[in-house]
Design a protein. Structure first.
Length: 281
């Protein structure tokens, strides 16, 4: 068991997502930065779908009740094991009663705590990802005990895979033309692809809203499918980038569609950070 002594700002259990239920209006969810989460699981030899803890801006404090091995990846939150700093993107052995603590993020905004074999919370609609009302809570709870299978032998990792820091550092988001991209005039297309956009205060696991606005006179569309990474343009000119917990349909023109890597990059941005769109050839 992993006992939650302090939750941090917004910490959840996530895996690779909940698939096959969008027709019922259920979001995909899953780790918002799929690259960092899968990287952590890969170092441990876990399945890519293994559940882990996703932390946002400020990490939590956790007590391990049984021995295991862990990897911390994604944003740097100054992880410490028993008050001794540990490295990110490296397998670390922990013993019963060890305390793992995190601070405030220093680069990027989302970090991942992966554990050997993954966390063994309830599987609901094929996934352990937290998303209320599918799950009981949106986030992990103080004093909650999160189950995992203890590691009884000293299994080690000899992985030498290098973490791609561009997920954290790069602000260029490669995108495809969305289904309604053609509705933009030449000037609007040039503006969309040449402007330095800033992440507004309205950003979460559901969507990121960008500034400044893009003036337009586009009409709403009939409700149509949307996906994580869909960039919608509202009549007021707001650009809204949908993320992992987004709805399944929408009525605003879909002007761009981010690549998977671009979604991961945006997931590591916060209010005030800038991004640029670039069409993928």
């Amino acid at each position: 068991m992993l006992r939650v002594l302090k939750t941090g700002f917004y910490s959840t259990i996530q895996d690779s997502g909940r698939f096959g239920y969008r027709k019922y209006g259920v979001p995909v969810s899953g780790a918002i930065d799929s690259y960092s989460s899968r990287f952590a699981n890969a170092l441990l030899g876990n399945d890519k779908n293994a559940a882990l803890v996703e932390m946002t801006i400020i990490g939590g404090i956790f007590e391990f009740l049984e021995p295991t091995s862990i990897v911390v990846s994604g944003a740097f939150m100054a992880p410490k094991l028993n008050d001794v700093a540990i490295k990110s993107n490296k397998v670390v052995a922990v013993q019963a009663n060890d305390i793992l603590s995190f601070g405030k993020t220093e680069n990027g905004i989302r970090a991942y705590l992966a554990i050997r074999g993954g966390f063994k919370t309830d599987v609901i609609l094929g996934s352990r990802s937290q998303y209320k009302p599918v799950s009981t809570h949106n986030v992990i709870q103080k004093d909650e005990c999160i189950p995992y299978k203890p590691e009884l032998s000293d299994s080690k990792s000899f992985s030498r895979v290098k973490y791609d820091k561009s997920v954290i550092d790069c602000n260029i988001l490669e995108s495809y033309q969305g289904p309604e991209f053609y509705m933009l005039n030449k000037y609007q297309k040039q503006t969309l692809l040449s402007t330095d956009y800033m992440v507004s205060n309205l950003n979460n696991r559901m969507a990121f809203q960008l500034e400044p606005s893009l003036e337009n006179n586009l009409l709403p569309i009939l409700s149509a499918p949307v996906l994580p990474g869909t960039v919608q343009l509202t009549p007021k000119g707001n650009l809204i980038v949908l993320m992992r917990d987004c709805q399944t349909t929408g009525g605003y023109p879909r002007v761009l569609q981010l690549t998977e890597k671009a979604i991961n990059k945006l997931a590591q941005k916060t209010s005030g950070n800038t991004i640029n769109f670039r069409l993928k050839e």
